[in-house]
Write a protein that binds this ligand. Sequence first.
Ligand SMILES: [Zn+2]
Ligand SMILES: [Zn+2]
Length: 262
Amino acid sequence: MRVTLMGSGDAVGVPAPLCGCEYCVESERRRRPAVLVEVDDRTVVLDIGPDIARQLDEMDVYDVDGFFATHAHFDNYWGINELGQAAMKRAGHGREEFDSAASDPEFTVYGSRPVRTFTEDTFPYVLDYLDYEPVDPGEAVRADDVRIRAFAVDHGTTAFPTQGYAVSAGERTVVYAPDVDGPGEIPDYCVDADLLFFDGSVLDEERRGDRDATELREFARRFEADRIVATNVSEHGLGRHTDSIGEGTAFEIWSDFDSVSL
Ligand SMILES: [Zn+2]
Ligand SMILES: [Zn+2]
């Protein structure tokens, strides 16, 4: 299993829009959240942010079996429009050259029923072309030896119910817990993973406002993963330079496209 963090940034990424602050200027570029999991010839992508097309292009990935949506916030989901374009071309609505085998995307989007409803209300046109299969917390999708199971995540908003995913193949498991605003149940299949991606905004005491960042970092540890890697990292948002982020915590700070073989 090869796991690549294609987007380590937060909702706006780094640099932040129109920002020339010292943190944006001196930091590396961070794209919106996305994780690529490759197992033999199966390819799975977690989160569908607005950078998704460029991220996959950077990885030379043109064949994805499934995209898994965590929730419908802009930075995690609105790349669905890009996928809609790809699917539309597949359906023959593009120019002739799009019909070539090299540009024949065949994929399924998975996500909760509430995200499907959001899509029907907001981007109904993409559902004319995309295959969207509902998968809610506790449910699983299997492709050959790869199993993807959804679990509920407390993102502090009923408007955007949120779920993470555990991706397993053989003895290996990677868990993706996106925007986390409160501790919750950790299903058995998320415990003791090789790798956990967890909302890195819990590294900031002030930004969490009324939420308890210490409690959320403790929640991350309760997954008992071998390694914890931060998502939603922003030097701009934290007002800190890269070296000091994550200091004194169990969290690793990766760059975009850092990867590990499990
Ligand atoms: Zn800035
Ligand atoms: Zn969110």
